[in-house]
Design a protein around this ligand. Structure first.
Ligand code: SAM
Length: 470
């Protein structure tokens, strides 16, 4: 088999995967992709792409095995140690200097594989900030396209061989040893949100101070690399930093990022984006020619929706999921395959009855709010206020609803504390009243005893007088 860029059989296979497995491998470099396909086909003793396509049609589970061969999850703690040292000594202090003392710090590890990169970041940040400040201020997003890798990353459990790169003092400080495995401290894991995110397709995160994307871009073709870098530019705050892998360089998009240390592959944000660049930010927007005003406006609205810091969903009038932004996808564990699915079949369907909701919106035609709705997820229990806005067509027919979720867990916690303090205060007041009543009774008893004593005294006096008179 020849390794070429222009092989119709191979392209047909990639298109089949795009339609049926939800993975768009057309965006990856052909030469290395073909080598990996061939490796898998050799294992199955299949010698050409059309036969492999036929095999796929009869074995849908083959998608997972192929992706295991293609998505190389190799990673390691402190991989390229000198780069991490540079980050710890020069970049993290700079990020902290740029912030107010209590301001949040947002970090994104994109293509985090089994989590070693994320936990390396956590150790460096805790070393610099101290545990308390770290827990209060840092939020880490750890994403990968590979669900299995994410599952392992969440477990944070590594073999003796895998932790070799970690200096001993950090290993004993940040890991618990259980049955020959080292598990990263769960207390520190609470600040990490793991989620599936396809860099080639999905919209980026926003307001990120440090974006670590190492050894991922090398797999993409030049055009996809350029698109992803523009999205990274959008994701970063103006003073944010991008940290790439040692084998990666900024061949295109030179204006978008400027090197801070080329040797360590650390970049700062460069020039502002052009309108053409902006069009590359939203998911799957690669057609630069589509610049008519309406399309541009729709893209701007969509980008605003996708990059909102609050989780948001749009559900159609039949209760099927139409749109979801990144924050909602992470919170409710939503994937692109869930689009158009009835919401009652998804996890989010457990907390909101969408058909009842649509009936109410249809009847009342005004926004409504569901207060203090409890949502239990891998990350704990959240209390949410859900703001629901009806979306109607020009004839005022209800076509969909927009749902925005505001996390009120902290507020609810404070309210509960206040209620319990009020309750304590009421029972203390009651106790005080009781003590006052008891005191009153005792006082009255004392008074009547005193009166009795006076009477006895008078009687004694009278007896004495009688005695003397006799
Ligand atoms: C070689 S690992 C790098 C892991 C880690 N960043 C490091 O440098 O040690 C590449 C990772 O990129 C992920 N990946 C590949 N294509 C991706 C995509 N389109 N979006 C997000 N992650 C992707 C793979 O699943 C894999 O976990």
């Amino acid at each position: 088999m020849s390794v070429s860029d222009d092989n119709p059989d191979f392209e047909a296979l990639l298109n089949y995967l795009k339609q049926n497995c939800g993975y768009d491998l057309t965006l990856y470099k052909r030469a290395s992709l073909m080598r990996r396909f061939q490796r898998r086909m050799q294992q199955l003793r299949i010698d050409n792409y059309p036969n492999y396509l036929q095999y796929f049609q009869g074995h849908p589970e083959e998608c997972t095995s192929l992706l295991d061969t293609i998505l190389i999850n190799f990673s390691g703690f402190f991989r390229d140690r000198d780069c991490w040292e540079y980050l710890a000594n020069n970049i993290i202090p700079q990020i902290l200097t740029n912030k107010q003392p209590q301001e949040k710090i947002r970090v994104w590890s994109a293509g985090c594989a089994y989590g070693q990169e994320v936990y390396t970041l956590v150790m460096l940040l805790v070393e610099r900030l101290g545990i308390e400040q770290y827990l209060q201020r840092v939020q880490i997003f750890a994403t990968d396209v590979d669900e299995d890798a994410l599952k392992q990353a969440r477990q944070a459990s590594y073999t003796e061989h895998e932790v070799i790169g970690i200096p001993n003092e950090l290993l004993s400080k940040y890991f618990e040893k259980t049955e020959q495995r080292y598990v990263f401290l769960s207390k520190l894991r609470s600040t990490i949100i793991f989620g599936r995110h396809d860099l080639a397709i999905d919209a980026p995160m926003s307001k990120i101070d440090l974006l670590v994307c190492r050894n991922v871009l090398i797999y993409f073709n030049a055009q996809t690399q350029a698109t992803v870098l523009v999205r990274f530019h959008f994701a970063l705050t103006d003073k944010g930093f991008l940290f790439l892998g040692s084998a990666e360089s900024m061949t295109s998009n030179k204006h978008v990022f400027i090197p801070v240390s080329l040797k360590h592959r650390i970049y700062a944000k460069g020039q502002n984006l052009t309108i053409d660049d902006h069009l590359l930010i939203r998911p799957q927007t690669r057609n630069k020619k589509a610049l008519d005003p309406l399309a541009t406006q729709i893209r701007i609205w969509q980008t605003a929706f996708e990059s909102s810091p609050f989780p948001q969903l749009v559900v159609d009038r039949n209760g099927c999921l139409m749109m979801t932004n990144k924050q909602a996808s992470i919170l409710f564990n939503l994937q692109s395959s869930h689009l158009e699915a009835p919401v009652r079949d998804l996890e989010i369907g457990q907390i909101v009855n969408f058909l009842t909701l649509m009936r109410q919106l249809h009847r009342d035609r005004r926004p409504l709010t569901l207060k203090n709705v409890e949502w239990k997820s891998d990350y704990g229990t959240n209390c949410l206020d859900i703001h629901i806005t009806p979306i109607s067509d020009p004839n005022h027919t209800l076509i969909a609803a927009n749902l925005t979720f505001i996390d009120v867990t902290r507020y609810t916690g404070i309210k509960d504390e206040l209620e319990s303090s009020n309750f304590k205060l009421a029972s203390l007041t009651q106790e005080l009243q009781l003590t006052k009543d008891t005191l009153n009774t005792t006082y009255q008893e004392l008074e009547s005893t005193q009166k009795e004593l006076e009477t006895v005294h008078q009687e004694i006096q009278l007896l004495r007088q009688g005695f003397h008179n006799n």
